[in-house]
Design a protein around this ligand. Structure first.
Ligand code: XMP
Ligand code: MG
Length: 181
């Protein structure tokens, strides 16, 4: 690969410690809000797999996890706006409290599509939890119910987020060098 797999060439935006604290806080808030209920977390692959795994372990309410995959940007950092389900849920969400778990909300087009699609399946409730939010780039009116961090319009990688499939394993969030000014 051309890009060096070297953290020193990247600017760290959010540290491992900050993420850990925030995920704990989100888990506590969600557990409080869903008290007496069960929740099914729906992780949006692939980006959310790290966040979903950590978030679930901070919940103190009964929970299930399922995943779906939507078409991604490929190796580009810009959204095409065309969204397709590549892998659907394994289980029915009818009458269940559904919490969509996302890595990042950018234009909002992906989540807008998922909200529309999943709401037709008659869940008891449908909410969104995202680790990162880039409100500057929003193209549809959409506000996630739970937000870890609001970030500026930068392309970020790490903690599940990729560029051309790399860097998902890095434990903190970094800015892609070209966009780091
Ligand atoms: P939209 O624009 O539909 O996009 O809200 C959501 C999806 O776009 C990807 N995305 C990113 N992935 N770094 C990434 O690694 C980023 O800065 C970034 N911004 C958007 C991501 O897959 C997200 O689910
Ligand atoms: Mg994603």
């Amino acid at each position: 690969m051309e890009r060096a797999y070297d953290k020193d060439a990247f600017k760290q935006l959010i540290s491992e410690e900050e993420i850990k604290d925030k995920v704990k806080e989100l888990g506590e808030q969600i557990s409080q809000d869903y008290q007496g209920q069960e929740v099914i977390a729906v992780g949006v692959l692939k980006g959310s797999f790290v966040f979903a795994a950590d978030l679930l372990r901070q919940l103190s309410i009964p929970n299930e996890i399922d995943f779906l995959a939507v078409s991604s940007y490929g190796a580009s950092t810009k959204s095409s706006g065309i969204i397709r389900i590549l892998k659907d849920l394994d289980t029915s969400i009818e009458n269940k409290h559904v919490l969509i778990v996302e890595d990042i909300v950018d234009t909002g087009l992906t989540l807008n599509y998922l909200l529309e699609t999943l709401s037709t399946r008659k869940p008891a409730s449908l909410k969104i939890c995202t680790l990162l939010d880039k409100p500057d780039r929003r193209e549809v009116d959409l506000t996630p119910d739970y937000i870890g961090f609001q970030i500026p319009d930068l392309f970020v990688v790490g903690y599940g987020l990729d560029y051309a499939e790399y860097y998902r394993d890095w434990p903190a969030i970094y800015v892609l060098p070209e966009e780091d000014e």
